[in-house]
Design a protein around this ligand. Structure first.
Ligand code: ADE
Ligand code: ZN
Length: 335
């Protein structure tokens, strides 16, 4: 039987790949642009949405950086984060590991602390009001230099208590993980968890570099690892999770059709694949929309859906007791 939306919603799920700046909905963008008196190149919400036609990662990133330009004050980051938590909670997300891109803000003159304080305050309110726990993962923009990444890491070190991990995002091809080997070493030595986008558009070799040079414990996307039998075997053998983002892959033309998405092959190979929304305001949906899309395109069974929910808990940075409790809750929901 096809798993229903209600069944998917009721399963406790963790979201492990979601850029907070990518959850910026056009109506909130207009509101904040207005109150900050920032010029905004669109006339209406409809016009913004109409611009969300992408042919690759870069064509999206150009609009993504333009959108975040209206975020200026602590309250803006608070409102953005709070709105995401409300949506995630409605989809049955019980834990979220949020990416943020400080360089996208500090390069515009917004202080690192303004960004962090606003996100953090919303995470605390969200936990109290919705019961959604969270961790923050700070991403380095890979199109910027190693020096700039080191500077950003130094800022993060001043807030070690509020940032759980580091990641690597933005334009992938031409900016291999090797570029950030020394930055990641310093981050890991400081106790940060390490993850990286790899194999979204970049070749399988980038996934190998992320594992071997950056020593990440999770790969974000990882689609192109499925082109390399050695990597498929390694990801399964070492149980290295992939944070898969189906609607993102469709919108950014990483796959031509969701029916050709490698998710089912990942599960069959024994890889710890998880479902995530990436940039939900830009790609047409939050976590539940992503589950629904792959359920329909790939004819996923209830068992597949349960495996994906369980994987999201297992692959999270949360502690083992919490994971065991959540997995117990998932098992209690099985018929
Ligand atoms: N930044 C926001 N979304 C991203 C994605 N899908 N890939 C790389 N960088 C990103
Ligand atoms: Zn991403």
């Amino acid at each position: 039987m096809t798993p229903t939306d209600d069944f998917i919603r009721a399963l406790p799920k963790a979201e492990l790949h979601m850029h907070i700046e990518g959850s910026f909905e056009p109506d909130l963008m207009f509101e904040i642009a207005g109150r900050n008196d920032v010029e905004f190149p669109f006339e209406s919400v409809e016009e913004v949405r109409a611009a969300y036609e992408f042919e690759n990662l870069q064509s999206f990133l150009d609009i993504y950086y333009q959108g975040m330009n209206v975020l200026r004050h602590e309250r803006d980051f608070y409102d953005l984060t709070y709105a995401y938590l409300e949506r995630a909670h409605a989809d049955g997300v019980v834990h979220t590991e949020i990416f943020f891109d400080p360089q996208g803000h500090t390069e515009r003159g917004v202080a690192f602390e303004t960004v962090l304080d606003g996100i953090w305050r919303a995470l605390r309110d969200g936990e109290r009001e919705f019961g959604v726990s969270s961790s923050l993962i700070m991403c380095f923009l890979r199109h910027h230099s190693e020096v700039d990444a080191f500077r950003t890491l130094d800022q993060a070190l001043e807030h070690r208590d509020r940032i759980a991990g580091v990641g690597l995002d933005s334009s992938e091809v031409g900016h291999p993980p090797a570029k950030f080997e020394r930055v990641f070493r310093k981050a890991r030595e400081a106790g940060f968890a390490a993850v990286a986008h790899a194999g979204e558009e970049g070749p399988p070799a980038y996934v190998r570099e992320a594992l071997d040079l950056l020593q990440v414990t999770r790969i974000d996307h990882g689609n192109r690892a499925m082109e390399a039998p050695d990597l498929i075997a390694r990801l399964a053998e070492e149980q290295i999770p992939l944070t898969v983002c189906p609607l993102s892959n469709l919108k950014l033309c990483v796959v031509d059709d969701l029916r050709n998405h490698p998710l089912k092959r990942m599960l069959k190979a024994g890889i710890v694949a998880t479902i995530n929304s990436d940039d939900p305001a830009y790609f047409g949906g939050y976590v539940l929309d992503n589950f629904r899309a792959v359920r329909d395109a790939l004819a996923l069974s209830a068992q597949d859906i349960v495996t994906l929910a369980r994987n999201s808990i297992t692959a999270s940075l949360a502690d083992e007791d919490w994971k065991a409790r959540r997995i117990g809750e998932i098992e209690a929901l099985l018929p």
